[in-house]
Design a protein around this ligand. Structure first.
Ligand code: MSP
Length: 638
């Protein structure tokens, strides 16, 4: 704990900057939530904190996604970057800065660093390269890394590309980096990721291709020394961590950079653990203080790829169950550094057991007692058992947070909650007043202890459950003012003097878990209000039309599929619809239905479907969308 007299520790924490080709999802939210909890904790401890996040907006991936969406890359990036920003706002993330790689402040520093390396003469050279490229990862894969001819991350085929480009002479830093990692065992943690990096460094390190010809890709920062090329997206993105601090000889940079800690998922270990330190070294900048690496979430037991839509729906559960419950679940469930599985059932189980039962009941019981006694709680020393448990918890949480072990910090706080629940059970404060107050001193001590324990929870829970902690502090205890970890003490003489307590029940209402809804199977379980919003422009890109079914037949060997021939005005199309268990083919001929006309064709059981018929469903019932008044086929639906 920081005492008021000691100099403030400085803490600069970064999340990765997120690609704007995807909507914010569970994976992004996890990284951002743990970063937020860490920064809140360090602020509570009195440290000077700077928390950076942002969006990564250049490169093939974004250019392709923008093209698909029929937008310019910048317009596309503007919209999606804003979606990240508003998602973090909704989740109450307390970042100090949000950087976009399309901002002039970033582009200027990327150019400055490139120019620095170019001017040194031996850092960057022009050469020819042929290699297997993954458009998803935006990088070349070496033969050793390729699995079954595919990208090990995306499991998609790689494209062989040969072109002339600029290269960063990374190979010359191999020995230096190996020594760095040997000499600074806590530079990368958990340790398994440092070992993984040392493993990479046992093989010869290849130079890094740092440009893309504008003939192939022009969505990027032009190289200052050759405008025919733009900067490779990783060489651009990694620099955000320094460009956000302003000029490299400025005050902010000098104050914060020596303390920087990066937080990333394991999929981006190599760029952060290999490219980035070599880039910093070459640019004459000190290496980061620490790289903290977390594992990967899977969904419902399956492997979660970066492109699965369910991860977006998983994040929508924050609306259904509350932000605090979601935060609690992801931090409690995933031991930092290891992989974990996300399911709605597991979230509900933790919500009911840990939040509603252990914490919620404690707060309800204690505030009922404190209020029910009509008490203005008097000052006095708390019971030693609870006081000692509180002091032990502060230390244990500090140790866990030092290691980014969020699940352990929470387990420690819950051990304290169990102590207080037991304390109520054994002291039976309500029995102390039965038939007249026999031992007023004892009674006061118990009440003071409980009020202190609640005050303690209102502080120590703040990084993890900011809303619930605020309610305990303000609604139940009427505490206002500065929030400091050093005030999280049970049993200090004067703390609870003259406190007026209000009853706080239902802090975390129980959720009915009789019918648990498993995410991947029932995406409709997400309430409409929780679904991410579309802009009117996004909606307009859907081409919905009235279609007349002119023929319908079963798809051979399929129980579910019908092959429909429909007319859209003058045009005739084939559609495949999974409605054979609900509609006989003859019942459809001549009917007018609604279809999505501009979907990319998909082949189902050998038949290519050029569009999709719209239907609603509930349980086993399926109903087609039809018109309540006649319109010609091809008419637009909006
Ligand atoms: N733009 C790059 C990072 C550049 S940093 C200089 C990028 N962006 S990303 O949007 O694809 O991913 C960002 C973060 O989300 C990474 O830390 C990644 O590990 C995390 N996750 C994405 N999916 C995830 C899971 N399924 N589980 C846990 N985290 C995951 O990479």
């Amino acid at each position: 704990m920081t005492d008021a007299m000691s100099p403030r520790r400085v803490f600069y924490l970064t999340t990765p900057i997120y690609y704007v080709n995807a909507r914010p999802h569970l994976g992004h939210a996890y990284t951002t939530i743990v970063a937020d909890a860490m920064c809140r904790y360090r602020r509570l401890a009195g440290d000077l904190v700077f928390f950076l996040t942002g969006t990564d907006e250049h490169g093939d991936k974004i250019a392709q996604a923008a093209h698909k969406a029929g937008e310019t890359p910048l317009r596309f990036a503007d919209r999606n970057s804003a979606a990240f920003r508003s998602q973090w706002e909704a989740l109450g993330i307390t970042h100090d800065d949000f950087i976009r790689t399309t901002e002039p402040r970033h582009e200027a520093i990327v150019r400055e660093i490139l120019q620095r390396l170019w001017d040194k003469g031996d850092e960057i050279y022009f050469g020819k390269y042929g290699g297997h490229y993954c458009f998803g990862c935006e990088r070349f894969y070496t033969e050793r890394e390729i699995v079954d001819g595919k990208c090990p991350d995306h499991q998609t085929p790689l494209t062989y590309i040969e072109e002339e480009n600029y290269f960063f002479r990374m190979s010359k830093y191999q020995e230096w980096l190996r020594r760095e990692l040997e000499e600074h065992p806590d530079r990368v943690r958990p340790d398994r990721y440092r070992n993984e990096l040392l493993g990479f460094l046992r093989e010869p390190l290849e130079d890094l291709c740092i440009s893309r010809p504008t003939s192939r890709l022009d969505w990027g920062i032009p190289l200052p020394f050759d405008q025919r090329f733009v900067t490779y997206v990783w060489f651009d993105a990694l620099i955000n961590y320094v460009s956000a601090l302003g000029p490299l000889d400025g005050e902010r940079f000098r104050t914060l950079w020596p303390h920087v800690e990066h937080l990333i998922g394991k999929d981006i270990l190599k760029p952060h653990g290999i490219y980035w330190p070599c880039m910093l070294k070459a640019a004459g900048l000190p290496v980061y203080r620490r790289l903290n690496v977390h594992g990967y979430w899977s969904l419902g037991g399956g492997k979660m790829s970066k492109s699965v839509g369910n991860v977006v729906e998983a994040l929508a559960l924050t609306e259904k169950y509350g932000h605090d419950a979601f935060r609690y679940f992801v931090m409690r469930e995933m031991p930092f550094g290891l992989d974990a599985d996300f399911s709605e059932e597991a979230l509900v189980a933790r919500l009911n057991a840990d939040l509603a039962n252990d914490l919620g009941n404690l707060v309800a019981r204690a505030t009922t007692l404190l209020k029910g006694m009509g008490t203005l709680v008097k000052a006095g020393k708390g019971d030693q058992e609870v006081a000692r448990a509180a002091a032990g918890t502060v230390d244990a949480v500090a140790r866990a947070m030092e290691e980014f072990q969020f699940h352990r910090a929470l387990a420690e706080i819950w051990a304290f909650i169990a102590v207080v629940n037991r304390y109520i059970d054994t002291t039976q404060p309500w029995a102390l007043v039965k038939g007249g107050l026999q031992d007023p001193l004892r009674f006061d001590t118990v009440l003071v202890t409980l009020a202190d324990a609640l005050g303690f929870l209102g502080i120590i829970l703040e990084p993890f459950l900011p809303n619930a902690a605020k309610r305990i502090r303000e609604e139940a205890l009427g505490h206002q003012g500065a929030l400091r970890l050093q005030d999280a003490v049970v049993g200090r003489d004067t703390r609870s003097g003259g406190l007026k307590v209000a009853k706080l029940s239902g802090l975390f209402p129980r959720v009915d878990d009789k019918k648990p809804q498993v995410l991947p199977a029932t995406p409709a379980a997400v309430p409409a209000a929780a679904m991410p919003r579309l802009s009117i422009d996004e909606f307009r890109r859907l081409d919905l039309r009235v279609a007349e079914v002119v023929d319908a037949e079963r798809v051979p060997k399929s129980k579910k599929l019908l092959r429909l021939t429909v007319k859209l005005g003058e045009e005739t199309r084939t559609l495949v619809a999974g409605i054979a268990e609900h509609y006989a083919p003859e019942a459809l001929r001549g009917r007018k239905v609604v279809v999505v006309a501009n979907l990319e064709p998909a082949t189902l059981m050998g038949v290519t479907s050029d569009g999709m018929i719209l239907a609603g469903s509930h349980g086993d019932t399926l109903a087609l969308l039809v018109l309540d008044r006649d319109l010609p086929s091809g008419a637009k639906v909006r």
